[in-house]
Design a binder for this molecule. Structure first.
Ligand code: EPZ
Length: 437
């Protein structure tokens, strides 16, 4: 099977591939941003709310999307891919017991639990595994679903549900604007016929908005999109539709940050600036505003004069704040900006595993509580490093491309979870990557 242009044997928990990167390199030409992973995954889960055909466009070919296809097929859907289109049809049966493995390896798949329970009265889904960026609990999900009448029982690593009649008016208040919990609860509430659900302290990430647009086009009645208070009037039935997924703002941000280090008039295409204001303002704060062409929806970026950039203090935050999914990549950039910069991670408890690896390459970063304190150095040097999650893998790849010498990134298959056709896209801009399974 090919993934990201690489021949990979299987998409399991095995992330054992190695990427060999020789730096420094230059990136010149055009790189196209694909459809959003974090938008298409909840939208695929929401397709379980109807037996009618769903056609999704601008769907990236990623390991996580393939895992979600596996999950939909085990629930009884028939899924066909035609280039960047997915056609999701019902097979006539709907199965609400999902095998353990696919859910354990990808947290986003847990969001089928609520929709399957509403449709079948019962569901059995694996409790999602933690990963290197923290325990990743689902307590907000289960507490919210309980208000919707879904009782959950956890045993042997599975969550099993039963459905009791909910009140006619439901109020769910999220302790934190959790993206997954917001998406899971709002999706499930859509089919509570005749029930009015209000969710407060919702996440307002663009991917949540994309999911709401998708559901409303299916005939759901969700009000308050792009605000932290959502009101949902449950309906009896939702219809099949065609829908185009938004571009991936994290992939876009990753390539923009890469361009700031090794770009030579690199053009990043298919960029929605509204989804990346926080990144654009960080570049302004550093003294190098991003050159964005709003008509062509593209960024033009070249390697910055790092010694002239201002060091900064910043923090990650729920949207519209700076996305935690760009924090590792930003750490790589700031490790080469002279002076002292800090990044405070406010979304996840521990998302700094890339820092030890960057220090192996000559960065000077230390962590105090949930803040990375970065003393800028004037160069990084290639070294053997290990990727611990998808965005750490991206941060290390960028570091390897700007460092002097050879970097070998082990456990690099994480990167296929979020960066479609990465070898092909890199080759097109003159960047050489060598991958060995
Ligand atoms: C989504 O994960 C994204 N994944 C993540 O992207 C992203 O980092 C995250 O949102 C934050 O923006 C997808 O959309 C598929 P959360 P999610 O619930 O929904 C805690 C990537 O690299 N929490 O917003 O799992 C949680 O531990 C991935 O593409 C609870 O305590 O994130 C975290 O500290 C990584 N209990 C915080 O809330 C819960 O029930 C935010 O998590 C749920 C979450």
């Amino acid at each position: 099977m090919y993934l990201g242009g690489f021949k990979v044997k299987s998409i399991g928990l095995d992330t054992s591939g190695k990427m060999i990167v020789r730096g420094p390199q230059k990136a010149k030409g055009q790189i196209m941003v694909s459809g959003s992973k974090n938008s298409v995954l909840p939208i695929m889960g929401a397709s379980l709310l109807t037996d009618e055909d769903i056609v999704l466009k601008n769907v990236p070919d990623l390991a996580d999307v393939r895992t979600m296809i596996e999950i939909l097929e085990s629930a009884g859907k028939e899924v066909e891919r035609y280039d960047d289109e997915l056609v999701i049809k019902s097979s006539g049966i709907l199965n609400s017991e999902i095998p353990y493995e696919p859910v354990r390896k990808m947290r986003a798949s847990f969001n089928v639990y609520g929709p399957l329970t509403i449709r079948k009265g019962y569901a059995k889904v694996a409790l999602p595994g933690g990963c290197s960026i923290g325990a990743r609990p689902v307590d907000f999900h289960l507490e919210g679903l309980k208000k919707l009448g879904i009782e959950s029982n956890i045993e042997h690593g599975f969550v099993t549900s039963s459905l009791i009649k909910p009140n006619k008016e439901i109020n769910v208040s999220l302790p934190f604007p959790s993206v997954g919990a917001t998406e899971h609860i709002l999706t499930t509430a859509c089919l509570l016929d005749g029930v009015k659900t209000t969710i407060t302290n919702c996440a307002i990430e663009p991917e949540v908005t994309d999911l709401i647009n998708f559901l409303n086009e299916m005939g759901a009645r969700i009000f308050g999109s792009e605000t932290s208070i959502l009101k949902i009037e449950g309906v009896k039935k939702l219809k099949g539709i065609e829908y185009t997924v938004i571009p991936d703002r994290i992939e876009a941000g990753t390539y923009i940050i890469m361009g700031a280090l090794i770009g030579q008039d690199l053009i990043v295409k298919n960029v929605t600036a509204d989804h990346l204001h926080s990144l654009f303002s960080i570049f302004e704060k550093m003294g190098s505003p991003i050159d964005y062409d709003s008509k062509r929806r593209e960024v033009k970026i070249s390697a910055l004069q790092l010694s002239t950039l201002k060091s900064i203090s910043m923090e990650t935050a729920p949207f519209p704040g700076f996305p935690t999914d760009l924090q590792p990549q930003m750490t790589t950039l700031l490790s080469l900006v002279s002076g002292r910069s800090t990044i405070t991670e406010t979304v996840f408890k521990s998302r700094f595993y890339h820092i030890d690896e960057l220090n192996r390459m000559g960065a000077k970063i230390r962590v105090e509580d949930n803040t990375a304190i970065i003393e800028g150095v004037n160069k990084l040097s290639g070294a053997p490093v290990e990727a611990t999650d998808l965005r750490a893998a991206a941060a290390l790849l960028i570091a390897g491309l700007v460092a002097e010498g050879e970097t070998v990134i082990t456990n690099v298959d994480h990167i296929f979870r979020g960066y479609e056709k990465i070898q092909e896209k890199m080759e097109k801009i003159g960047v050489d990557l060598f991958y060995v399974k």
